[in-house]
Design a protein around this ligand. Structure first.
Ligand code: URA
Length: 215
């Protein structure tokens, strides 16, 4: 059963594009483009509750009251490096969003997240914050990134991924029950190296063409 803090966005267009991304024959260029397109679709859903305020304009025919986004600009926080794959699509949708970056790497033996870089916009407590990382695997990086944004003041936080494992969802839900997780799929399990099965491989390598297989 889906945990109450998890939202599965299973739109046919997303599922179609995700299947192409999972295919090992898909090139890095196509993988990047597909993630950009999926970001638009996920971005549409995850921004559904953004605040708006009335805004009066003149149409060519008369005055009308429309709406515009209100409040401090939303902040996207990319968990380096694979999180950057979400940025282009998301920024097409919300060009004025602020972007923060958190660098955490997985220790190969312990799979624990080690922080090596953090750069976040000011006044995080006033902004909706979306932490983005395509793969929610063990959950260690996600939990560490969420710890960091909270340390910098973030209150209204969502976590966006492409694929989640049941283990990752559990670990984020236990450590950060206030954070809503948005994902396009929940896969079966993790292997012994912390990779999601059936998954799509290493998202960073596939985005940036750094896997041995692509040399
Ligand atoms: N990170 C990835 O890129 N892929 C996985 O399957 C797990 C973590």
């Amino acid at each position: 059963m889906l945990s109450p803090n998890t939202k599965l966005i299973s739109h046919p267009l997303i599922q179609h594009k995700l299947t192409l991304m999972r295919d090992k024959a898909t090139s890095s260029a196509s993988f990047r483009q597909l993630l950009r397109e999926i970001s638009l679709l996920l971005g549409y859903e995850i921004t559904r509750d953004l605040d708006v305020a009335p805004h009066t304009i003149e149409t060519p025919l008369e005055t009308m009251q429309g709406v515009q986004l209100a409040g401090k600009k939303l902040c996207l926080v990319s968990v380096l490096r694979a999180g950057n794959g979400f940025l282009d699509g998301f920024l097409d949708l919300l060009p004025s969003a602020r972007v923060g970056c958190i660098g955490v790497y997985r220790d190969a033996d312990t799979l624990q997240a080690i922080e090596y870089y953090t750069k976040l916009p000011e006044r995080l407590q006033e902004r909706p914050v979306i932490v983005v990382d395509p793969m929610l695997a063990t959950g260690n990086s996600a939990v560490a990134a969420l710890d960091i944004v909270k340390k910098y003041g973030a209150i209204r936080i969502k976590f966006l991924c492409l694929l989640a494992s049941p283990e990752g969802i559990k670990s984020v839900s236990v450590a950060h029950p206030d954070v809503q997780i948005y994902t396009a799929a929940i896969d079966r399990e993790l292997n012994n190296h912390g990779y999601i099965l059936p998954g799509l491989g290493d998202a960073g390598d596939r985005l940036f063409g750094t896997s041995k297989r692509s040399e």
